[in-house]
Write a protein of this length. Structure first.
Length: 435
């Protein structure tokens, strides 16, 4: 027999869901044509001077939003560039190094270092009859990259049973990036500039798909590294999709692993030369290795700095909110930019910058505001979980993605393609830290 308390509980749940649904419809109707006034300087930078730009004009844009919460759709940014975007992934093996820390202990039976790299690149026009099916998420076959393609996240998809602990399946089950799998490189130009990217500690390349794909739509080939045992679980191809797990990511003295990540980055450069010259390579003759930049978020940004100090083939570097650790003891001779969240005050002494170097403070950003998590998590935490929402930063999710993308693109446009986008975009909002 069903108890009265169970009936009452069920009745309350139904009423709450109906109320939430009604509120969602009302909110959408109110916000559908909402006008948001912004200024040319919409970045929320901390001002470094009291100078004003008399030419700054106020403009009005229309922004359509959807409410977060149960049964709301997952909205993700479209890509603004002229190119369709594709992605492919491959496993590379560096036979010159051993994988010593497979289980966070010295491995006496160490094998060569293996890790994945994911390419985001300008795609040729799509041939609808020759699309490749991906198997990133079981029971879900598509030719596009799922929004949630990190294994650790994909395994959580299901009905939410505890707030903030499981993803709401209804928000993600049909969410796919507009990124095709394994398409040909665009033939609109002979070759493309290159950007090597490294994720933050414990993240993965897929957690930055919005940024990487936007850069690809603008004409860059982004090579995103999955640093094995410093990332989410890694599927290594050619080994029955063997999954590599780190038993526990260390939290003390993590700066000691920077050389491993830097070695990964420099090995990728060697692989790019190989892929550019092998006739059967999907990137044969399409990689402009004279226009090579490197950037990363958090730990990946520090690794990028270290690699630039070691390899002059790297022409420009950007560190996105990454503590430099011991890498600050090394000089660099390439242009450098440091994007910082509001709470990050890095120690940059005794860094010696021998070229243009800039610091840009983003006062509305938190550390994870630079990742796709700002898009995912705003659909997974209600207003009662204010502490978690505060970790996302005091900024609209889509605006955060746009700001990050524009800053990264403008910097590399300037220092790889000889344009002046960076100086125009940040002339009132960046601090020169050139030595």
């Amino acid at each position: 027999m069903i108890s009265n308390s169970s009936i009452k509980q069920t009745y309350r749940v139904v009423l709450i869901k109906l109320g939430a649904l009604l509120f969602s419809f009302i909110l959408m109707a109110c916000e559908q044509n909402q006008e948001v006034e912004t200024k040319d300087n919409l970045f929320g930078f901390s001002k470094q001077s009291d100078k004003t730009n008399s030419q700054t004009a106020t403009k009005t844009t229309t922004q359509t939003t959807s409410p977060y919460g149960f049964d709301s759709e997952f909205n993700y940014p479209s890509f603004a560039g002229e190119y369709p975007v594709a992605t492919l992934e491959m496993t590379v093996t560096d036979n010159s190094r051993l994988e010593l820390f497979a289980n966070r202990t010295i491995n006496p039976d160490a094998t060569p270092r293996r890790f994945n790299i994911r390419f985001y690149y300008p795609s040729a026009e799509l041939n609808l009859d020759h699309r490749t099916v991906t198997k990133y998420i079981n029971k879900r076959k598509t030719n596009k990259l799922p929004v949630i393609s990190e294994m650790a996240w994909a395994n959580l998809i299901g009905p939410q049973t505890k707030k903030g602990k499981m993803l709401r399946y209804s928000n993600y089950e049909n969410a796919f990036w507009d990124i095709e799998i394994n398409q040909k490189v665009s033939d609109k130009q002979t070759d493309f500039p290159l950007l090597i990217f490294s994720h933050g500690y414990g993240y993965s390349p897929e957690a930055y798909s919005a940024l990487s794909a936007e850069l690809a739509s603008q004409g860059y080939i982004v090579i995103a590294i999955n640093h094995t045992f410093g990332a989410n679980p890694t599927n290594l191809f050619g080994d029955k999709n063997k999954t590599q797990w780190a038993k526990k990511l260390p939290t003390e003295n993590i700066g000691q692993y920077l050389p491993i990540w830097s070695d990964d980055q420099i090995f990728v450069i060697e692989e790019l030369y190989r892929l550019n010259t092998e006739i059967n390579s999907p990137f044969y003759g399409r990689l402009n290795l004279s226009q090579l930049g490197i950037f990363g978020h958090s730990y990946g940004g520090a690794s990028a700095y270290l690699s630039a100090s070691r390899d002059p083939r790297i022409k420009a570097i950007m560190d996105i909110d990454g503590t430099l650790f011991e890498a600050r003891n090394f000089e660099i001779y390439q242009p450098f930019a440091f994007l910082l969240s509001k709470k990050h005050s890095p120690i940059i002494n005794p860094v010696k910058f021998n070229n243009d170097a800039f610091l840009v403070k983003l006062t509305q950003f938190e550390h994870i505001s630079f990742t796709d998590h700002i898009l995912w998590w705003q659909w997974d935490f209600d207003d009662s979980q204010l502490e978690m929402k505060l970790e996302l930063g005091n900024i609209n999710a889509l605006e955060a993605v746009e700001i990050t993308s524009k800053l990264v693109q403008s910097f590399f446009d300037t220092y790889l393609l000889n344009q002046q986008n960076w100086h125009l975009l940040t002339q009132e909002n960046s601090t020169s830290i050139k030595s």
